[in-house]
Design a protein around this ligand. Structure first.
Ligand SMILES: Nc1ncnc2c1ncn2[C@@H]1O[C@H](COP(=O)(O)OP(=O)(O)OP(=O)(O)O)[C@@H](O)[C@H]1O
Ligand SMILES: [Mg+2]
Length: 231
């Protein structure tokens, strides 16, 4: 994953606000990388660019060897669906679908045949420990359980890259710890890249690599020995 001199700013009326400013960054995969920085520093902007949800004003973004800036909108959303899983701070489950159906949804969009869908959804629900809750509605689950469903959904198409924007921010510390452990285990078992944003020191300590961002600029990047977290 590589960004070369990437800039993205927002126009608010007559004011231009910088999201990320001339960022060059290389993240090797598969690794567990955390983007760390204060509120407003550009973490979400950067994740949206890496995740092909947004496009830069200038600069080049290469994800898994693809120059994603050159892809047309349809090709970009196909690329995202196939290679990138996303986990949000507020879980973003569809409230009218069951747990099972939420995880199945990306496979329906990808026209995966029914038997294979069933196999993959059940395997992932087992892995996140929610097979017995498959018929529940999201509204009947705790925050930690909802985030587990969101993780299962992000992984169901076997992406090479999973992006998570402050995935533990709405969870109490014990539940957050379990979610970090689950993501760490998934990252190791499946050898995929996880890129997270967080200001939670426990999340930072569990990472292989920390990238510091401030005022839209990268101020540091380093590898570390990750703290062990029970899965
Ligand atoms: N849609 C938008 N319109 C206008 N300005 C925006 C928009 N999104 C972000 N910004 C601005 O871009 C800058 C970076 O925002 P961003 O959301 O990327 O920060 P962040 O590090 O994710 O913050 P937080 O920790 O609060 O989530 C901020 O100054 C923000 O106000
Ligand atoms: Mg943010």
């Amino acid at each position: 994953m590589e960004l070369e001199r990437v800039t993205r700013s927002y126009v608010l009326g007559s004011v231009q606000v910088t999201g990320v400013d001339d960022v060059s960054l290389r993240i090797e995969v598969p690794r567990f990388t955390v983007l760390s920085g204060p509120s407003g520093s550009g973490k979400t902007t950067l994740l949206n660019l890496i995740g092909c949800i947004d496009r830069p004003d200038t600069g080049r973004i290469t994800v898994l060897g693809h120059d994603v800036g050159r892809l047309q909108d349809d090709a970009l959303s196909d690329f995202r669906g196939q290679h990138v899983g996303t986990v949000f701070q507020t879980f973003n489950l569809l409230p009218v679908l069951s747990v099972y159906e939420n995880v199945e949804y990306p496979l329906l969009l990808a026209r995966v045949p029914a038997a294979e869908r069933r196999e993959r959804v059940m395997a992932l629900l087992q892995e996140v420990g929610l097979a017995d809750k498959r018929a529940h509605w999201p509204g009947q689950l705790s925050g930690g359980q909802r985030q587990r469903v969101a993780i299962a959904r992000a992984l169901v198409r076997n992406p090479a890259l999973v992006l998570a924007d402050e995935p533990t921010a709405n969870l109490d510390s014990r539940t957050g710890e379990a979610i970090i452990g689950l993501m760490r285990r998934m990252q190791r078992d499946k050898r995929i890249a996880f890129i997270f944003s967080s200001h939670d020191p426990r999340v930072l300590a569990a990472a292989d690599e920390v990238v510091h961002i401030q005022d839209g600029r990268i101020t540091g990047q380093g590898l570390q020995q990750p703290r062990e977290v029970a899965a």
